[in-house]
Design a protein around this ligand. Structure first.
Ligand SMILES: Nc1ncnc2c1ncn2[C@@H]1O[C@H](COP(=O)(O)OP(=O)(O)OC[C@H]2O[C@@H]([n+]3cccc(C(=O)O)c3)[C@H](O)[C@@H]2O)[C@@H](O)[C@H]1O
Ligand SMILES: Nc1ncnc2c1ncn2[C@@H]1O[C@H](COP(=O)(O)OP(=O)(O)OP(=O)(O)O)[C@@H](O)[C@H]1O
Ligand SMILES: NC(=O)CC[C@H](N)C(=O)O
Length: 716
C-alpha cells in the first residue's frame, strides 16, 4: 500500500540583517506550506539572518537577534502542526555554528550544526563558523532563557542526529555537504533515513544549475530517498544572486521545481510523495542492502510520536503522488536576461533608489547593460500584470515616484521613469554609434541625453598646455604612445565625471518629486577587466556593474536572444558593428578596434581567463595546456607569444581589479579582486622563470635535434 506524505520546500528572498523581514518571509512560507497540507517545511541556509552577512556573523548581536526572531516564529501557533527545519547561526559552548533548527509544535527537536562548510570561491564559512567535526555525535545544548520560557525545555540535543517519526526517518544536510564526496546523506540513507532536507545558500553562476541538479538526482538515484532542496533567492546585499530552484526529488526523479529567477519574495514548492517507492527502490538493490547491514555509522534518533502521512491506514481518493516532471534549465542568454535583471531590481528597491543611469556608447557592452535594465522592467511589469504581485507593484510605485492608483501600461512606461541614458560624444565619435545609442534608448523608453563634450576635453588639454607649455597630440598626427594614451584617458575619465553629475541631477531636471540621485551603471565585461583594457576611474568606475563578470561572447548571444525575444531589431545593428572605443580620431585609413588594441581576441581572452582562474594555471601550466589545444593551427612559438602577452597585460593591469565596480557574479573566471579572485597587484609581468621554461620548450620543438631530452630545469 502506498504511503503518501506532502512536503514543502521554498525559495526565500532574504536580505542580510533584515531580521524582521526575513522572519516574516519565513512565516509566510510556513503559512503557504500548511495551506498545501504539507507536514514538513524546509527553508534556506541561515534564513533568519540572510546567508550573506559575512563578518556580521562575528557579532554577538546577530546571535541574539536570531534567537529573538526564532522565538517569535515557533511561539506563533500558526507555525504549529508542521515539522519545521529553519536555518540559523547558533553559539554552542562559545563556538559559532551554522545550524538547522528542527522543531514541531513550538518545541525544538534538535539543532544540527553544518559539518562540511563551504570555503572556496565566494564562500568563506570557515571565517565565521566552526565545522561540527563529530559526525553522528550529539551533545546537550542549553537553551537561552528567552527560548526555554517559550518551549518549556531547558536543553535540547545538539549534533548530527536524525528524526524518527512514527512512519519515517528524516535527516538534514546543508548545502555544501551535498557537493562533498562523502555527503552525509550517504551514511544517513544506509542507516534508514528516507527524507533528506537540504537548506542552501547557493548563488547563480552561468551554466552551474546542472551541477546542483546532477548531484541531487545522482544522490537520490543511488541511495534512494526523497530530497527537499531549499535555497535563498535574490540579492541579499552583495555581488551574488542566490538562484532559488527549490526542488523535490524522489529516487532520481524530479516531482517539483521552483523558479530560478523571479521577483517573488516567497515561493513555496510542494509535492506529495509515496514513501513506499523509496522502500521498494532500496530493497530491490541487494548490494545496497549489504552496505546498509554492514554500516557502522548509527545516528542518534530524536523521536516524534506522530506520523507525517495524513492517513497512512486508509485510502484517500483525493490524495495522489505528484507526477514526475522534467528539469527546467534556462539557456545562458536567458540566465543573463533574468539573473542580473532581478539583482538590479532587488538592489534598487532595497536602497530606496530613484533609478539607474548609464553612459550609452552605441557599443555592445553598454547596450547589453541597458537591455538588462529593460529586461528588469519587463520582469517587473509581468510580475505586476500577469501574476498580480502586490509587493512588486508597491515597490514599483515607490521607485517610480508614482501614486497609489498608478499601474504601468507596459515595460517601457517603467523604463521611462527609472532609466536614464546619455551619449557623450566627442569629435572622435561616429554618427553610427550616436544613432544606435539614441535608437536603443527610444526603443526601451529610456530618458536619453545626447551631448558633445569636446569643449570640456579641449579646455582640459589647454589647461595642461598653459601649465606645462607642452601640448600632447594623437599618434596618428605624430604624437608618442604616451601622449596618445593620455588624450584617450581624458575623454574616458571625463565621461565618469559627467556620469555622476548627470546621475545626480537628471531627476531634478525632470522635476521628479522626492527623488534622490540615480545609481550609475558601469559596463566593462569580464574579458576586458581581466586584460585591463579599460581606463582606471573612467566609466568603468560606477556604482554597480551588471555585466562585469560576463564574457563578451555570452553578451553577444544575449543581445541576439533579446533582439528576438524582446522584439528589439535595433539590437542586430549593435551585433554587426566592430567594437571600438572611439577615443582616437577616425581617419580614412584608421578606425580604433578593441581586438587590435588588446593584441588578442575576445575568444582568446575567454580561454585565458578560464585556464588562469578555473584551472588555476600559471603561465607555464597554461602554455602546456594551450600547446596541445592550439597547435598545429598555431606554432609553439606563436602560442608562447600569446600566453606571455596575456600574462603581461594581466599583470601590469592587475591593480585595476582592486577598484573594480561591484559586479554581479556570473562567471567562474571573474577576476574580481575584492571577493572572488584574491591576488597581489604588483606582479613582475614578464614572469621570468616561467618564460624561460616556455622558451625552452619552444626551442625543443623548433630544433628537435639540438636537445636530446627535454630538461626544463636546466635553463642556461
Ligand atoms: N602597478 C601599479 N599599481 C597601481 N597603480 C598603477 C600601477 N601601474 C599603473 N598604475 C596607475 O594606473 C594608471 C594607468 O592606467 P590608466 O590610466 O587606466 O591607463 P592605461 O591602462 O595606460 O590606458 C587605458 C587603456 O584602456 C584602453 N581603453 C580601451 C577602450 C576604452 C577605454 C575607455 O576608458 O573608454 C579604454 C585604452 O586604449 C588604454 O589601452 C597610471 O597612470 C597609474 O596611475
Ligand atoms: N560616446 C560615449 N558616450 C557615452 N558613454 C560612453 C561613450 N564611450 C564610452 N562610453 C562609456 O564608457 C564605457 C567604456 O567604453 P569602451 O569604449 O571601452 O566601451 P566598451 O567597454 O567596449 O563598451 P561599449 O561596447 O558599450 O562601447 C562604455 O561601456 C560606456 O559606458
Ligand atoms: N552555502 C554553501 O554551502 C554553498 C556551496 C555550494 N558549493 C554551492 O555553490 O551551492
Amino acid at each position: 500500500m502506498s504511503h503518501l506524505i506532502t512536503l514543502a520546500t521554498c525559495n526565500l528572498n532574504q536580505w542580510a540583517l533584515d531580521f524582521e523581514g526575513n522572519r516574516d518571509r519565513i512565516l509566510e512560507s510556513i503559512r503557504i506550506a500548511k495551506s498545501e497540507n504539507a507536514r514538513l517545511r524546509v527553508g534556506p541556509e541561515l534564513e533568519i539572518t540572510g546567508y550573506g552577512c559575512l563578518d556580521h556573523f562575528l557579532e554577538d548581536d546577530l546571535y541574539l537577534h536570531s534567537w529573538e526572531m526564532y522565538a517569535s516564529i515557533i511561539s506563533n501557533p500558526e507555525t504549529h502542526g508542521i515539522l519545521l527545519d529553519i536555518g540559523m547561526p547558533v553559539l554552542h559552548k562559545n563556538v559559532r555554528y551554522n545550524c538547522r533548527m528542527l522543531s514541531l509544535d513550538g518545541e525544538i527537536l534538535f539543532i544540527r550544526p553544518k559539518i562540511w562548510l563551504a570555503n572556496d570561491g565566494n564562500y568563506r564559512e570557515m571565517r565565521f563558523f566552526t565545522p561540527w567535526m563529530k559526525p553522528s555525535v550529539v551533545e546537550t545544548f542549553v537553551l537561552p532563557p528567552i527560548i526555554a520560557k517559550i518551549t518549556h525545555q531547558r536543553t535540547v540535543p545538539f549534533g548530527d542526529a536524525v528524526i524518527n517519526t512514527l512512519d519515517t526517518c528524516i535527516g538534514a544536510e546543508t548545502c555544501e555537504e551535498l557537493f562533498t564526496p562523502q555527503s552525509p546523506h550517504i551514511a544517513m540513507s544506509l542507516d534508514g533515513v528516507e527524507i533528506f532536507t537540504n537548506s542552501s545558500g547557493s548563488h547563480h553562476e552561468l551554466r552551474k544549475l546542472n551541477t546542483r541538479m546532477e548531484l541531487i538526482m545522482g544522490a537520490t538515484r543511488r541511495c534512494g530517498g526523497v530530497y527537499l532542496y531549499a535555497n535563498q533567492r535574490g540579492c541579499d546585499g552583495d555581488r551574488l544572486y542566490y538562484d532559488g530552484c527549490a526542488l523535490i526529488a524522489i529516487n532520481g526523479k524530479v516531482v517539483a521545481q521552483g523558479s530560478q529567477f523571479s521577483l517573488k519574495d516567497v515561493e513555496v514548492v510542494t509535492a506529495t510523495v509515496d514513501l513506499e517507492e523509496v522502500r521498494s527502490h532500496r530493497a530491490a538493490i541487494m548490494s545496497r542492502g549489504l552496505q546498509s547491514s554492514l554500516s557502522t555509522v548509527k545516528f542518534e534518533r530524536v523521536t516524534v510520536e506522530k506520523e507525517l502521512a495524513v492517513m497512512s491506514d486508509r485510502f484517500d481518493p483525493k490524495l495522489a503522488p505528484t507526477p514526475e516532471r522534467s528539469i527546467r534549465y534556462h539557456l545562458p542568454e536567458e540566465e543573463i536576461a533574468m539573473g542580473p535583471a532581478c539583482w538590479l531590481w532587488d538592489y534598487l528597491r532595497r536602497c530606496n533608489g530613484t533609478g539607474y543611469f548609464i553612459p550609452l556608447s552605441g557599443g555592445i557592452d553598454s547596450c547589453a547593460t541597458a537591455t538588462i535594465v529593460f529586461s528588469m522592467c519587463r520582469i517587473v511589469y509581468k510580475e505586476i500584470v500577469d501574476d498580480g504581485n502586490d509587493i512588486v507593484l508597491q515597490d514599483c510605485r515607490r521607485i517610480c515616484r508614482m501614486g497609489d492608483s498608478w499601474i504601468p501600461e507596459n515595460p517601457e512606461a517603467i523604463c521611462s521613469k527609472i532609466f536614464h541614458t546619455c551619449y557623450m560624444g566627442t569629435s572622435n565619435s561616429s554618427k553610427e554609434t550616436r544613432d544606435r545609442a539614441k535608437q536603443l534608448a527610444e526603443r526601451i523608453g529610456a530618458y536619453h541625453v545626447d551631448l558633445n563634450m569636446d569643449t570640456v576635453v579641449t579646455s582640459i588639454v589647454s589647461l595642461f598646455e598653459v601649465a606645462t607649455g607642452k601640448k600632447p597630440i594623437f599618434k596618428i598626427f605624430g604624437g608618442s604612445q604616451i601622449e596618445n594614451l593620455a588624450l584617450q584617458n581624458i575623454q574616458a575619465r571625463l565621461r565618469m565625471l559627467l556620469s555622476y553629475l548627470f546621475a545626480q541631477l537628471l531627476p531634478w531636471v525632470r522635476s521628479i518629486k522626492n527623488s534622490g540621485g540615480l545609481l550609475v551603471l558601469g559596463s566593462s565585461n569580464v574579458d576586458e577587466c581581466l586584460r585591463g583594457y579599460l581606463t582606471k576611474y573612467d566609466c568603468s568606475s560606477a556604482d554597480l556593474n551588471p555585466i562585469g563578470a560576463i564574457a563578451k561572447k555570452d553578451l553577444k548571444k544575449f543581445i541576439g536572444y533579446a533582439a528576438k525575444e524582446f522584439d528589439m531589431p535595433i539590437l542586430i545593428d549593435f551585433l554587426d558593428a566592430t567594437p571600438t572605443a572611439e577615443l582616437e580620431p577616425i581617419t580614412k585609413d584608421y578606425v580604433q578596434s578593441d581586438e587590435v588594441d588588446m593584441g588578442m581576441t575576445y575568444d582568446e581572452l575567454g580561454v585565458f581567463g578560464y585556464y588562469r582562474k578555473v584551472e588555476k594555471c600559471g603561465p607555464y601550466g597554461m602554455y602546456l595546456k594551450l600547446l596541445h589545444e592550439w597547435t598545429p593551427k598555431l606554432t609553439p612559438r606563436q602560442v608562447a607569444e600569446k600566453v606571455k602577452r596575456f600574462f603581461f597585460f594581466y599583470a601590469v593591469n592587475r591593480h585595476k581589479q582592486t577598484i573594480l565596480t561591484p559586479s554581479y557574479h556570473a562567471e567562474n573566471y571573474s577576476p574580481d579582486d575584492n571577493r572572488f579572485d584574491l591576488r597581489p597587484f604588483l606582479i613582475n609581468p614578464r614572469f621570468p622563470w616561467a618564460s624561460k621554461k616556455i622558451d625552452k620548450i619552444v626551442e625543443q620543438y623548433e630544433n628537435p635535434d639540438s636537445t636530446k631530452e627535454l630538461d626544463v630545469m636546466t635553463v642556461e
